[in-house]
Write a protein that binds this ligand. Sequence first.
Ligand SMILES: Nc1ncnc2c1ncn2[C@@H]1O[C@H](COP(=O)(O)OP(=O)(O)OP(=O)(O)O)[C@@H](O)[C@H]1O
Length: 250
Amino acid sequence: MFTPSSDECHQPVVELEHISFSYRDQQVISDLSFAVKERDFVGIIGSNGAGKSTLLRMIVGLLPMAQGEIKLFGEPIRKFKDWERIGYVPQKKAFNPLFPATVREVVLSGLYNKKNLFRRVSKSQQQQCDDALEVMGIQSIAGKRIGELSGGQQQRAFLARAMINHPDLLILDEPTVGIDAKTQADFFELITHMHQHHHMTFLMVSHDMYMMENYLGKEPKQSSGSIQFYVRHSHEIQNCEVRDLQHSLS
Ligand SMILES: Nc1ncnc2c1ncn2[C@@H]1O[C@H](COP(=O)(O)OP(=O)(O)OP(=O)(O)O)[C@@H](O)[C@H]1O
């Protein structure tokens, strides 16, 4: 009987095909191809200015692609509409600490898109918000102003915001910058737990080599320019031949 290999039995979530990008005359990304598959944890490292944030911003549709093709869940990005399937936590420097919103409001804003910006928040949406706050362990600070929180608490709030729609893919841009070592370790434990137990796919930029090597191994799977991709599959992926065998027997 044919049993697909772990690489074959999980669908691509993000496909980058010969991507190039320039800011005016500065070429930042050149002919990059890479695929993130279901339930991968992909860590991206690279020197300052290598183009990591630019790449993530292209993937979430914030920057137009100059050349090449990006597919999300198998669909070309220009046709893709299912943005709820993707949670994105941008770099912290993109956040204005004077922003006058509470943690609850920030988390709820993850539900809004252009269509429902002015709708009242329903009971079930409040429940979704409570669930996200609970998963991140920040229910007790839901009423606090986001700007008053510590860096680690803010990161949890932004993660809860990205999680509120139960995304299949979570994209994180340097999520632990500016937070202490203990909080960083807790944060990594939280996201690796989510990777192993919540069947999610992760794409994360980080300068934290210790975490990368610890969770993703010492060798990058691929390098492109000065960007390197480290990959780990979740346990479910390693066992997917078994899963498929069980499916075919049931
Ligand atoms: N809006 C912009 N306009 C012009 N140039 C930009 C813009 N944003 C980034 N750049 C330049 O593009 C290059 C790549 O930037 P990017 O932020 O993607 O790098 P990075 O790998 O994420 O860096 P870091 O590790 O420092 O966050 C840098 O040289 C940067 O100065």
